[in-house]
Design a binder for this molecule. Structure first.
Ligand code: NAP
Length: 323
C-alpha cells in the first residue's frame, strides 16, 4: 500500500481480465482513492458489483467518467473509437485518458480525435495476460514484473505521462515508452504472429482427416498442447488485434513465411547443420527470456508432475525378498 493515492477517482470502462486486474491491483496498492466501473452488459456489471471490484458500478460509459482524473478504457480494440466519442464531452478537464489495447497506432487514430483539448491522452499496453476473459479471470498480481508500454502522441504533457507511468509502476509493471507504430511492429512479432500461428496449427490439426479429434486430444502433451492454450484466447479481442494491426502483421508474416521456407528446404535436403544451427539459436533466446525474469526456469512451464502409480510388490522371481 502506498502512502498517498496517485489519483482521486479511477474510471474503468470494461472490467474483463485486464480491467478487473487493474481494479484489484489499484485497490490492493491504494493507488487511487475510489474506483468507478462500467461494462457493456448488465450481466457483467452485476458480476463486477458482486465481486466488489469497484466503489460504484455505473450503467453508461458517459456517466462513469464524470469527475474521474484517470480513465482507462479496457475493452477490445475495435470498440475504443466509439467509446472515446461517447465519453469525450463528459470528461473532467485535466483528466488522463488511457487504454490497454494490444494495438496502439489504430487506438491513437480512432480515439484521439474525440478527446477534447485539456485532456491528456496517454495510450498504454500492459504486456500481460492469460487465455481467460471476464471479471472473474483477473488477479492483482497480473502486471508484476511485466512490461507496460506507453505510447503518448507527440506533444503529450510529460507530467501526465509520468503520472500514468507511476500508476503502472505501483501495480508492479516495468514501464517503457515508445512510438505507437514501433510498438505495433514489435508486438506483431512477439505476440500477434505467435497467436496467429497457434490459431492456425490448432485449426490445421483439427481439420486433418487422418488424425481423429480424439487422437489430437489424447496425444496433445507434445508441443501442440502449448499452442492450444494460446489458441484458446478470446476471439473478439484477437479478431480486433489482427484487423487493427494489419500492416505490421502482414510485414512480419512475410518474413515468417521466408524463414519457414528456408527450414522447409533444409528438411527436404536433409541439411542437419542448418536445422541444428537454427534450433541452437532459438534455445539461447529462451534462456535469455528466463534470464530476464520474463518466465520461470522450471521445466515444462512448471506444470506439476503426477506421482508414480502405486504398484503391488513384484512377483517372484524378480523380487529380492527372501534371497
Ligand atoms: P475481456 O476479458 O473480454 O473484457 C472486456 C470488457 O470490455 C468486458 O467487461 C466487456 O463488457 C467490456 N466492453 C466491451 N465493449 C464495451 C463497450 N463498448 N463499452 C463498455 N464496455 C465494453 O477483455 P480483456 O482480455 O480484458 O481485454 C481488454 C483489452 O485489453 C483489449 O483491448 C485487449 O487487446 C487488451 N489486452 C488483453 C490482454 C489479454 O491477454 N487478454 C493482454 C493485454 C492487453 P461485457 O462483458 O458486458 O461485454
Amino acid at each position: 500500500m502506498i502512502a498517498k493515492p496517485l489519483f482521486n477517482r479511477l474510471a474503468l470502462i470494461g472490467v474483463g481480465l485486464i480491467g478487473s486486474s487493474i481494479a484489484r491491483a489499484a485497490r490492493a496498492q491504494g493507488a487511487v482513492r475510489s474506483i468507478v466501473a462500467t461494462a457493456r452488459s448488465a450481466a457483467t456489471r452485476k458480476r463486477v458489483a458482486e465481486l466488489g471490484l469497484a466503489d460504484q458500478v455505473i450503467e453508461t460509459n458517459a456517466a462513469a467518467v464524470a469527475g474521474a482524473d484517470l480513465v482507462i478504457v479496457c475493452i477490445p480494440v475495435g470498440g475504443c473509437g466509439g467509446v472515446a466519442r461517447e465519453i469525450g464531452p463528459h470528461l473532467m478537464p485535466g483528466a488522463i485518458v488511457s487504454d490497454v489495447g494490444s494495438v496502439k497506432g489504430a487506438i491513437v487514430r480512432e480515439m484521439a480525435p474525440h478527446l477534447p483539448a485539456g485532456i491528456h491522452f496517454v495510450p498504454a499496453h500492459p504486456v500481460a495476460g492469460t487465455e481467460y476473459s471476464g471479471p472473474d479471470a483477473g488477479f492483482a498480481e497480473l502486471f508484476v514484473n511485466r512490461w507496460c508500454i506507453l505510447t503518448p502522441p507527440e506533444n503529450t504533457d510529460t507530467h501526465a505521462v509520468h503520472r500514468l507511468a507511476a500508476f503502472w509502476g505501483v501495480l508492479g509493471a516495468n514501464v517503457e515508452t515508445m512510438a505507437a507504430d514501433h510498438h505495433d511492429l514489435v508486438l506483431a512479432v512477439t505476440s500477434h504472429l505467435p497467436h496467429l500461428i497457434a490459431y492456425t496449427i490448432v485449426g490445421t490439426a483439427d481439420e486433418l482427416s487422418q488424425v481423429t479429434r480424439s487422437e489430437v486430444l489424447q496425444f496433445s502433451a507434445g508441443g501442440f498442447r502449448d499452442f492450444t492454450r494460446i489458441a484458446a484466447s478470446d476471439p473478439t479481442m484477437w479478431r480486433d488485434v489482427f484487423l487493427a494491426n494489419k500492416d505490421a502483421v502482414l510485414e512480419m508474416l512475410g518474413r515468417f513465411n521466408e524463414d519457414i521456407a528456408a527450414l522447409t528446404r533444409a528438411i527436404r535436403r536433409g541439411d542437419g547443420d542448418v536445422l541444428f544451427e537454427h534450433f541452437t539459436r532459438t534455445r539461447a533466446i529462451r534462456k535469455g527470456i528466463v534470464a530476464a525474469g520474463q518466465d520461470a526456469p522450471a521445466p515444462d512451464f512448471g506444470r506439476p508432475h503426477p506421482a508414480l502409480p502405486d504398484v503391488p510388490p513384484l512377483p517372484r522371481p524378480y523380487t529380492s525378498e527372501g534371497e
